[in-house]
Design a protein around this ligand. Structure first.
Ligand code: NAP
Length: 246
């Protein structure tokens, strides 16, 4: 159980982040549901959590903005006096072949997916060190392990998150802080629904378990790592991908 724990889930307004927020709240955590563009949907997540008897609040912040992340975390610590769990889930895609990929598409993906995680970790780490405990879970991707044609920017950001995870895990381990990555395969969300139907069908054929993942598959792994069950696990990458990365 996560009773008395405070969790910050970036990109908690939709998809995988929404499921993570709801799952951590069901385990008893107070959840800060971060959003960037989808305020209404973040408020719906808070409403759903409260309906189920949990506690949550919506916090707006573009994770690619270093100063804004500092402000979000400072204000959250002032309100709650601690943050125990950080889930860096916010992510975007701007797919395209390398020959045609624009600098903007490269930068936007790296700024959100990789620098966004740096920004939150950088601002929260001092507080976690003071607390001498904490769990950081970064949502990477099978694409960061295997690479994926048309996703050079996205794969680079997700592979970068694995390096960030392992380095920060080594730095914070002596204070009892665990840092891990979860690498989903193909999960049914708006992100993958934006792919052409044929690409989705072909993708499913490459998954040994023969189906796309659902958001709960990812949320359960995050909850496992966030709880006492994850106390002796750090610096690891958990592929939740139906066998894609075997
Ligand atoms: P999604 O449905 O597109 O949702 C993306 C979430 O990220 C939204 O809540 C969005 O919030 C938030 N976000 C985007 N840019 C942001 C920013 N600058 N600041 C704060 N929040 C931001 O995507 P998803 O499929 O749930 O993916 C969630 C994570 O899992 C991502 O990191 C993704 O790369 C990873 N992943 C997904 C899959 C998959 O198959 N779906 C596979 C592997 C890894 P707003 O709408 O409020 O802007």
């Amino acid at each position: 159980m996560l009773t008395d724990k405070v969790a910050l889930v970036t990109g908690g307004s939709r998809g995988i982040g929404r499921a993570i927020a709801c799952t951590l709240a069901r385990e008893g955590a107070f959840v800060l549901v971060n959003y960037n563009g989808s305020k209404e949907r973040a408020l719906e997540v808070v409403e759903q959590i409260e309906k189920e008897g949990g506690k949550a609040e919506a916090v707006g912040c573009n994770v690619s903005d270093f100063e804004a992340c500092g402000k979000m975390i400072e204000e959250a610590v002032a309100r709650h006096s601690h943050i125990d769990i950080l889930v860096n889930n916010a992510g975007v895609t701007r797919d395209g072949l390398i020959m045609r990929m624009s600098e903007t598409d490269y930068d936007q993906v790296l700024d959100t997916n990789l620098k966004g995680a740096f920004n939150t970790i950088r601002h929260l780490s001092r507080q976690l060190l003071k607390q001498k405990s904490g769990k950081i879970i970064n949502i990477s991707s099978a694409s960061g392990i295997l690479g994926n044609a048309g996703q050079a920017n996205y794969s680079a950001s997700k592979a970068g998150l694995i390096g960030l995870t392992k380095s920060v895990a080594r730095e914070l381990a002596s204070r009892g802080i665990c840092v891990n990555a979860v690498a989903p395969g193909f999960v049914d969300t708006e992100m993958t629904r934006a792919m052409p139907e044929k690409v989705r069908e072909d993708a499913v054929k490459t998954i040994p378990l023969g189906r796309m993942g659902n958001v709960e598959d990812i949320a359960q792994t995050v909850a496992f790592l966030a709880g006492k069950t994850g106390d002796y696990i750090t610096g690891q990458v958990f592929c939740v991908d139906g066998g894609l990365c075997i």
